[in-house]
Design a protein around this ligand. Structure first.
Ligand code: C2E
Ligand code: MG
Ligand code: MG
Ligand code: MG
Length: 311
């Protein structure tokens, strides 16, 4: 795993490297115009509460509809935006869009529960997976929206005021926003550097540690971070797919869940692709799950079909 990080060093030996460098260069140059021309858009992937299969919220994932190269995933351009600093306005845009979308869902949901569960809006595919009545008991509980923050945003002085402004403009409760930061972005952060996150947490914003378990997980560090949720990285979910599951991964997940709960943190698992993984992770005490087994990232409109209960 650790070898992945050193990609740059092999670049000269790679015949495609020139092409890729040019590609990177042109993508980087295009970023500011892309933001102005509305070439970015968000997809949302549901977060599923494992105890009952309700949709708890969704993670916003940015994409770029490039006029020449077509659809680009965040791995292609987020590092470039991070490098140039464009991630700050882009990240602000993402947060604004996502918060607005969450409010729109909330309104629809409240309206649907008043009209008897929004049955009229169900997909009608007849497969029974989305019964269209999921809004019934939770109808007025707002869906949470998760937004990824990059290290540069984290260290930008406007993070707190911008976040507060976005929430206020939308009239959204801080607890309906969850900011995802990677563990590695916080490695070595001193108290001053953690202050903005701490302030946001005190306002009620949820903070998730993304890709947990891939970096130099420092468990002592965990205690002093203002996090409310751990998002266990996909690599652990993959280990559970084997028959029998990799005992080391089972032990790790079990231990992390116990520790997280003892510290008052919730556990979300990423990359759940099969029913086998889902039931195993539920048995291990994970609270929330995300992955292709439930739903791939999709347009906001895919949430309008009754906020399905997924068993
Ligand atoms: P992430 O935050 O860990 O997001 C989860 C990634 O896993 C997403 O990739 C999602 O599409 C993918 N995924 C979800 N379920 C499954 C599954 O069951 N199997 C597999 N194999 N993959 C799954 P995506 O959309 O390509 O995003 C990649 C990364 O880009 C994100 O990782 C996040 O770090 C970053 N990113 C995305 N949007 C933003 C953003 O708005 N701002 C910042 N700063 N970073 C972003
Ligand atoms: Mg994330
Ligand atoms: Mg993640
Ligand atoms: Mg991940």
């Amino acid at each position: 795993r650790a070898k992945d990080a050193g990609g740059n060093r092999y670049e000269l030996a790679d015949p495609d490297s020139d092409a890729r460098a040019i590609d990177r260069h042109s993508l980087t140059n295009r970023l500011p115009a892309a933001l102005e021309r509305d070439e970015f858009f968000l997809e949302y992937q549901p977060l599923i509460r494992m105890s009952d299969g309700h949709v708890d919220g969704a993670e916003a994932l940015v994409r770029w509809k490039h006029p020449v190269h077509g659809l680009l995933g965040p791995d292609r351009f987020i590092p470039l935006a991070e490098h140039t600093g464009l991630i700050v306005p882009l990240g602000r845009w993402v947060m604004e869009q996502a918060v607005r979308q969450a409010c729109a869902w909330h309104e629809e949901r409240s309206a649907a529960s008043k009209n008897g569960g929004g049955k009229g809006k169900s997909k009608g595919k007849g497969k029974g997976k989305s019964a269209g009545s999921g809004a019934s008991d939770d109808g007025c509980r707002p869906l949470r929206v998760n937004v990824n923050l990059s290290p540069r945003q984290l260290h930008h002085p406007d993070l707190v005021p911008d976040t507060v402004a976005v929430l206020e403009a939308a009239g959204m409760a801080p607890s309906s926003l969850c900011l995802e930061v990677t563990e590695s972005a916080l490695i070595g952060a001193d108290e001053d550097e953690l202050k903005p996150l701490r302030q946001l947490a005190e306002l009620g914003v949820e903070i998730a540690l993304d890709d947990f378990g891939t970096g130099y997980s420092n468990l002592a560090n965990l205690r002093r971070l203002p996090a409310t949720t751990l998002k266990l990285d996909r690599s652990f979910t993959q280990g559970l797919q084997q028959h029998p599951a990799d005992p080391a991964d089972v032990t790790f997940v079990e231990g992390i869940v116990t520790l997280a709960h003892a510290l008052g943190l919730a556990v979300t698992v990423e990359g759940v692709e099969t029913e086998h993984q889902a039931s195993k992770l539920r048995d291990l005490g994970c609270d929330t799950a995300q992955g292709w087994y439930y739903a791939r990232p999709g347009p906001a409109s895919s949430f309008q079909q009754g906020f399905a209960v997924i068993p």
